[in-house]
Design a protein around this ligand. Structure first.
Ligand code: BES
Ligand code: MN
Ligand code: ZN
Length: 498
């Protein structure tokens, strides 16, 4: 898919389809007004007939507008004008891309990118036009023997900038949109792949492939032996129950000399059957998505390299399966983490924190400016927040604010939960330094409390993406979240977000 900036008089734009927004109650947007004036009120007359009123998500093709060089016009409903913000904007863009993709035109020019949703900058509008379009066009068909032939897919989209002037920032918005869309798509593909294909070795190979695409991105993978030497007893206790060898993927992007790096740590559990504390059968297939935290790290590193951000960024993905086996963790087993702290494994299904804790200890060596871990960590997070927000917990208020702000700006939102000391004693164990579960209450918080014990050396934020990383049936697909949030956070750190 190709995206390019467009400017100039709308009536003169030669394209197979011009996309024009209409607010609710038939209120014209500026591009619609311009077009209407040119075609002597034809648009107004059409709206007066009542076929189309600008309700959000509604659309209407219009042919042969007099004096208009484009073959057809696609009217898109934007909803009420006074409620038109970046969220409503993204929905309208996604709708128009989906409609175009299923219709005749393979090329179009959208005027939605000329709009001014409340509180949004030109940079944001253009970037989000690309991102929302790409999101709507995403398909996953890698595992179908015959891919449904798409008749006339959308191949080229011009983004009309209206009154805006072409600038470095607007071109950057387009580039950033494409880079983030690429990262999201990488994360989605890895998530949607089944556990028998997307194994720890496969994840590692994909990371290496990304490393080969960029000079500034260096990828290393540690195997079982090296993990043993490092004393990663918690991580290795999880992979013991699987025939797939575990991997520790380390991706280093160098864009800024000697500056301290931001470190992302992503849970790469390629299939979580629960281990000996086995999960119920219903819906267990969705545990192929238990590597989505890791996938978001690969996606964000890919986006960051494509944008060539002036920042140092390190991604670390501990990857393993969690299966029952004669050699697997048993409830009551005690393992020693890389930090030296001992852990009583009371539930083998609380495995994410076991692989993450050793990865957190490992990243101390990078003297990070900040560490953000991303994990499909607890079912309790879905109970608390559903699918709209990722759960956020942090040992640093400024970092927490930064993550929340990046979430709102990118539409990939997070919501903070407390990480008070009061919760810590739920992890008390009679036999080891801590248990790996915290009992009934506040499961998302006690999981974060567990991780916090391995994150004392740096500013740290934890994103629980159990609810946001994928949708369940009938829309069972990976979302690619939180690649948009993480990318936004990095772009903002570089001061390139406008
Ligand atoms: N990967 C799961 C969490 C999960 C479950 C994410 C369902 C999304 C949907 C994690 O490894 C897990 O099994 N967590 C347990 C923890 C419990 C044993 C304390 C859970 O949430 O049930
Ligand atoms: Mn589990
Ligand atoms: Zn898990």
């Amino acid at each position: 898919m190709e995206y390019l900036l467009k400017s100039g008089r709308l009536a003169a734009v030669r394209t197979s389809c011009l996309v024009v927004g209409i607010y609710a109650k038939r209120q014209l947007t500026e591009p619609a007004t311009e077009l209407n004036e040119h075609c002597e009120g034809a648009l107004d007359r059409l709206l007066e007939r009542g076929d189309f009123d600008g309700t959000a998500e509604r659309y209407q093709f219009v042919y042969d507008l007099p004096g208009c060089s484009s073959e057809r016009v696609l009217l898109i409903g934007l909803g009420p004008r006074d409620e038109f913000d970046l969220r409503a904007f993204r929905k309208a863009v996604a709708k128009s891309a989906a409609v175009l993709n299923e219709s005749f035109p393979t090329e179009a020019v959208t005027c939605l990118s000329a709009l001014e949703p409340s509180g949004a900058t030109g940079y944001q509008v253009l970037r989000e036009t690309v991102l929302a379009s790409a999101g709507a066009l995403y398909r996953f068909q890698q595992c179908k023997s015959k891919t449904e032939p798409q008749q006339r897919p959308l191949k080229r989209l011009g983004l009309h900038i209206g009154k805006r002037r072409k600038s470095v920032a607007l071109q950057r918005a387009l580039d950033h949109g494409q880079a983030i869309a690429q990262g999201v798509s990488i994360a989605k593909d890895l998530g949607n792949l089944p556990g028998n294909i997307c194994t720890p070795s496969y994840l590692a190979a994909q990371a290496r492939a990304l490393g080969r695409r960029s000079r500034k991105l260096n990828v290393r993978v540690l195997g079982e032996k090296q993990m043993q030497e490092l004393g990663m007893g918690a991580l290795l206790s999880v992979s013991r129950g699987s025939r797939q060898p575990p991997k520790l993927i380390i991706m280093e992007y160098k864009g800024a000399g000697a500056a301290k790096p931001v470190v992302l740590v992503g849970k790469g559990l390629t299939f979580d059957a629960g281990g000996i504390s086995i999960k119920p059968a219903a819906g267990m297939d969705e545990m192929k998505y238990d590597m989505c935290g890791g996938a978001s790290v690969l996606g964000t590193l890919a986006a960051c390299s494509a944008m060539e951000l002036p920042i140092n960024l390190i991604g670390v993905v501990p990857s393993s399966e969690n299966l029952p086996d004669g050699n697997a963790n048993k409830p009551g087993d005690i393992v020693t983490s890389m930090s030296g702290q001992t852990i009583e494994v009371l539930n083998t299904d609380a495995e994410g924190r076991l692989i993450l804790c050793d990865a957190l200890t490992y990243v101390e060596r990078f003297s990070p400016a900040a560490v953000i871990d991303i994990a499909t960590l607890t079912g309790a997070c879905i109970i608390a927040l559903g699918s709209h927000a990722s759960g956020l917990m942090s040992n640093d208020d400024d970092l927490a604010e930064e993550v929340l702000a990046a979430g709102s700006a990118s539409g990939d939102r997070a919501w903070r939960l407390p990480l008070w000391d009061d919760y810590q004693n739920q992890l008390d164990s009679n036999f080891a330094d801590m248990a790996n579960i915290g009992g009934k209450g506040a499961g998302t918080i006690t999981a974060a409390c567990f991780l916090s014990r391995f994150a004392k050396q740096f500013k740290w934020a934890h994103l629980d993406i159990a609810g946001s990383a994928w949708n369940s049936a009938p829309d069972k697909w990976s979302t690619g979240r939180p690649v948009p949030l993480l990318s936004q956070l990095l772009i903002k750190r570089c001061g390139l977000d406008s």
